[in-house]
Design a binder for this molecule. Structure first.
Ligand code: AMP
Ligand code: ZN
Length: 498
């Protein structure tokens, strides 16, 4: 062969190798947006580690989880599944907050659990168990993978006390008449994570600071009131009381995963206070970075409003089922938008997701049982594109698009089926099972006014507390008009429809 032809051949094959190498590198790189740096960064294991240490903030079990909360857990599930798809092993911890989460971020207000007990007439322990069971049911209905470990705050009081002791020994705490507080001024990087304008924040909120030295200080341990026994309280070196909400996550995460995690997740609402405080107390205690990656899911919105447990207006998986939706319709709906974008909920959008999932099943059901291997160059190309999509900061909308495209190809059925099953390891839509149709409840469109009733009962309890008998009688009469009978007992107020 003439020399110049050899040279061209070499150049061409060299280019092919380089292109191949580039696409290999691109595909192999798993890239996540890190809230800490506000940048997309390649993810790799920390040197010497052989599994990913991941911690996700879990539910506060004083109420049902709403589908907004569940959007965050679906995002975290796609993260776990993507890491697994890339061959990583995980130690994935999710906490259950069953004490200490107050109604206000300013360390004032009621404990949400005690509020739940008052609302339902159950003990706090019963409330926790009831909503935990409901939460696990939702989790499984949405096909979210089981974490390595669930951990309850009330089962880790010792670890929380130990962590507060370390902070105290290192001089990061001070005492007020209602608790032990973290001195945020002693952590100069306090504002960095959430890019907070602390100057203004600290100036602006002097009024409701109580005895705190700075508005950004937060409770590590709160004392029980002297005039009444709390429903949940423990002994501590500082007096009987209960842990602050933030300390639970630091204590449990470090107890199971060590001082530095690989990935810490939650909803975006946690960036400013909860995660900022977790970082401050953990890093002051250990002197090490608390987490290498921070990932946050954006909110599900209902109209213009965020969906929140405390507003009383929230939608649950049970309600979706009552209206004849399969929970996986909601999972598909959640996957249609990127986790870092707001997602607007509407029944019409959910109906479109239901139709999309039905249509997927129509195409995939006939393929099931026929899967061979992903062998051809074309099938491998689709697989690599999928891997690239999920590895690009969990681009699930693109991943879904690729699934649809594969189903339109002329690939042999065996390979198509293999690709569907392979992609569904991450999408989690249970395409390997026939779709379960859910029967709509006959009265599903009737207005559910239980949240309103519960809110009226809380208002009446408040009125009674402040001895405003006129108001409490007015609310009782109003409830009566609605056909609601209430009973006041030692554990709070209960209600039934007559
Ligand atoms: P909670 O049970 O209120 O402590 O919240 C559990 C998780 O849901 C946290 O990670 C929150 O950040 C997240 N979350 C709360 N509201 C929403 C929402 N409307 N959309 C998405 N995630 C939410
Ligand atoms: Zn947390």
């Amino acid at each position: 062969m003439p020399k110049f032809l050899c040279l061209i051949g070499l150049i061409l094959s060299g280019r092919k190798i380089t292109e191949g190498l580039f696409s290999y590198i691109k595909i192999m790189a798993l890239i996540f947006y890190n809230t800490a740096s506000r940048k997309k960064e390649p993810f790799t294991l920390a040197p010497g580690e052989d599994f990913v240490k991941m911690y996700c903030c879990g539910p506060t079990v004083y109420h049902f989880a709403h589908i907004g909360n569940l959007r965050t857990y679906i995002f975290e599930d796609t993260l776990c599944r993507t890491l697994e798809y890339y061959g990583y092993k995980l130690k994935h911890i999710v906490n259950i907050t069953d004490v200490g989460h107050l109604t206000s971020d300013q360390d004032t207000g009621e404990d949400k659990m005690e509020k739940g007990a008052l609302r339902t007439g159950k003990t706090v322990w019963e409330v926790a168990q009831f909503y935990m069971d409901a939460f696990f049911k939702d989790w499984h209905r949405l096909n979210i993978e089981e974490p390595t470990l669930w951990c309850r705050a009330t089962e880790h009081i010792k670890q929380q006390i130990e962590l507060v002791k370390v902070l105290e020994e290192k001089g990061y705490t001070y005492r007020t008449s209602d608790g032990i507080y973290f001195d945020s001024l002693k952590f100069p990087r306090y504002a960095d994570f959430a890019r907070l304008d602390v100057e203004n924040l600290r100036k602006g909120s002097r009024i409701d600071m109580g005895e705190k030295h700075a508005a950004t200080d937060f409770a590590l341990w709160k004392f029980s009131p002297t005039d009444k026994k709390r429903l949940m309280e423990w002994d501590s070196p500082w007096g009987v009381g209960f842990p602050g909400w933030h300390i639970e996550c630091s204590a449990m995460a470090m107890n199971y995963l060590g001082p530095t995690l690989d990935i810490h997740c939650g909803g975006t609402d946690h960036i400013r206070v909860h995660h900022t405080n977790e970082i401050a107390q953990s890093e002051c205690a250990t002197g090490k970075p608390f987490s290498r990656f921070w990932m946050h899911g954006e909110f599900l919105r209902l109209g213009d409003a965020k969906m929140s447990k405390s507003s009383g207006e929230f939608l649950t998986v049970d309600l979706l089922e009552d209206k004849g939706f399969n929970p996986l319709d909601y999972r598909l709906f959640a996957l249609t938008s990127h986790y870092r974008n707001y997602l607007n909920f509407s029944w019409e959008a959910l109906e479109s997701a239901r139709e999309a999932l039905k249509s997927l099943h129509k195409k995939t059901d006939p393929l099931m049982g026929k899967a061979t291997k992903v062998e051809s160059e074309e099938a491998k190309k689709w697989q690599n594109e999928f891997k690239d999509a999920i590895g690009d900061d969990l681009n699930m909308p693109r991943a879904l698009g690729l699934l649809n495209s594969v189903l339109k190809t002329e690939l042999p059925e065996g390979e198509k089926a293999a690709l569907v099953l392979d992609f569904d390891r991450v999408l989690g839509l249970k395409l390997d099972e026939p779709r379960k149709e859910i029967a709509k409840k006959p009265d599903a469109n009737a207005v559910d006014d239980s949240a309103e009733i519960e809110s009226l009962i809380v208002q009446r309890t408040e009125a009674r507390k402040s001895k405003n008998w006129q108001e409490s009688d007015r609310i009782r009469d109003l409830l009566k008009e609605k056909g609601i009978e209430i009973k006041d007992g030692p554990q709070g107020t209960t209600w039934v429809r007559k």
